[in-house]
Design a protein around this ligand. Structure first.
Ligand code: ADP
Ligand code: MG
Length: 326
């Protein structure tokens, strides 16, 4: 069991940033209003995510660490996934590749803690915590030097974590985020902070810069139950940074070929070759119309009516460009 955990773990946790993604998504799935992320040494020695979400009852802690155990779907509604998580793999995988501790306190209950080291799950113990959940992953891949060697420099891994947190901060503009780097000890350094309920525009400005929001085209379209809102750069503002193209489908950050293709098509006549526009676009639709169950990393989605989605995105962007005189 421990060996198979270690092998499968590669899919969900291949570097510190992928662990952070899973942990923050869990916090958001628990309806957290504030998410605090602490890292040290590029996340290699310490990754900690604290939230004020609904927590995990003490008797459910061992289940939370079990492979393929999820509290989020009951097995009948796989076609309409609204949570980030649904595979029940992330915590089990992390327990197999580092020292994991899970501390939680649901409203009206006592706090409890469970730890897992190299796949061995310890007993549930009383703990001290005022509310929510704290997940700590220490010494990622310390027991698998080959995989540790595969990681990049602390600086590069910390950068990847910051990018991941910024992407999730865009996906969940109502939640508050703090990313702190405590390498070298002490209070550390705040790398990113975003207040809860600051609104979509302020959140986009925080992540992509005020200049982007001030010059960007507003995108707003709705058709046949598909809703698209957000910001797209003016052609003159277009930059090459692929990282600045943010698509959220039902609040989930995605890297989707169809959406990237639609963006490219909409700008085809107004951008110099090789240039790409920055954008932040939220697409919302009935969850039964999109399959998020395509890849474990969950960045890919499959739309049931791909042509309609492409049409809406291209149409909305062309409309916004035309309104700006392009
Ligand atoms: P999944 O998210 O796919 O369900 P995970 O391994 O990420 O699987 O988490 C397992 C379970 O642990 C979740 O289904 C949830 O019940 C619980 N859990 C994990 N993190 C949190 C959290 N921050 N707050 C509340 N519950 C959590
Ligand atoms: Mg999860």
């Amino acid at each position: 069991e421990a060996a198979s955990n270690r092998i499968a773990a590669g899919e969900v946790v291949e570097r510190p940033a992928s662990a952070i993604k899973e942990l923050v998504e869990n916090a958001l799935d628990a309806d957290a209003r504030r998410v605090e992320i602490t890292i040290a040494d590029g996340g290699k020695t310490l990754l900690r995510v604290s939230d004020d979400g609904h927590g995990i009852p003490a008797d459910q802690l061992p289940l939370a660490l079990a492979r393929h155990a999820t509290s989020k779907i009951d097995g009948t509604d796989l076609l309409a996934i609204t949570s980030f998580g649904f595979r029940g793999e992330a915590l089990a995988s992390m327990g197999a590749v580092g020292r994991l501790s899970l501390r939680s306190r649901p409203a009206g209950a006592e706090a409890a803690e469970i730890t897992v080291t190299a796949g061995r799950i310890g007993p549930v113990r009383p703990a001290a915590l005022s509310r929510g959940t704290v997940v700590e992953l220490r010494d990622l891949f310390a027991a698998t030097p080959a995989r540790l060697k595969f990681l990049r420099t602390d600086r590069a891994e910390a950068q990847a974590i910051a990018d991941t947190v910024r992407r999730l901060a865009l996906a969940a503009p109502d939640a508050g985020f703090t990313l702190r780097d405590v390498s070298g000890g002490g209070e550390g350094r705040v790398v990113f902070r975003a207040d809860p309920d600051e609104g979509a525009e302020a959140r986009v400005a925080r992540v992509l810069g005020r200049a982007f929001v001030d010059t960007a085209l507003r995108v707003e379209a709705e058709r046949d139950g598909l809703r698209l809102t957000g910001f797209a750069a003016l052609p003159t503002e277009a930059r090459g940074a692929a990282v600045a193209q943010h698509f959220m489908v039902n609040g989930r950050p995605v890297r989707d070929r169809l959406l990237l293709g639609a963006l490219k098509a909409a700008y085809a006549d107004v951008l110099a070759p090789g240039r790409h526009p920055a954008c932040v676009l939220w697409l919302d639709l009935d969850p039964v119309r999109v399959d998020v169950n395509v890849h474990p990393a969950k960045a890919e989605v499959r739309f049931r009516e791909a042509g309609d989605v492409r049409g809406l995105v291209v149409g909305a962007l062309r409309h916004a460009l035309a309104g700006a005189g392009h």
